[in-house]
Write a protein of this length. Structure first.
Length: 139
């Protein structure tokens, strides 16, 4: 808590791969403008809450099983296409300004389909690379 009892928001950071590409930024740039704007609004709300206290509202969900430790923002866009943004809460990451909501990558899928185990493995691979970097590689 900041002075006066006001909450201090967490930083929002974007993972940058060794090749300089930020997978989440590339994903967001390819989203319809309304979806991109909604992702920005949800990220801001989660970071301000802060994340451990954010209720979710159906948009912010803790993941389970093999994806434990990850969170996803779940949105539906035009034509009922599903958009997902995968994040990690990084409380003490080296080189970060403080607690951070690390945005790792995003994926989209048609209505009523599921991501494959390989899709989720790719998210975990990027997340592991983010967590292994000291200091953290961010865009």
């Amino acid at each position: 808590m900041a002075r006066g009892g006001e909450r201090r928001p967490w930083a929002i950071v974007y993972y940058r791969a060794p090749d300089g590409v930020a997978p989440a930024v590339t994903f967001l740039n390819g989203c319809p403008p309304t979806v991109d704007a909604k992702f920005a609004a949800v990220l801001d709300a989660v970071a301000t809450a802060p994340p451990p206290q954010f209720s979710g509202g159906g948009y912010w969900e803790a993941m389970h099983g093999d994806m434990g430790g990850y969170y996803e923002i779940r949105l539906t866009g035009p034509k009922r296409e599903h958009f997902r943004l995968f994040c990690i809460l990084d409380r003490d990451g080296p080189g970060l300004p403080g607690p951070a909501l690390a945005v790792i990558c995003g994926m989209r899928k048609p209505f009523r389909t599921v991501f494959s185990p390989q899709d989720y493995a790719g998210v975990r691979e990027l997340g592991a690379a983010y967590l292994a970097a000291s200091p953290r590689r961010i865009a």
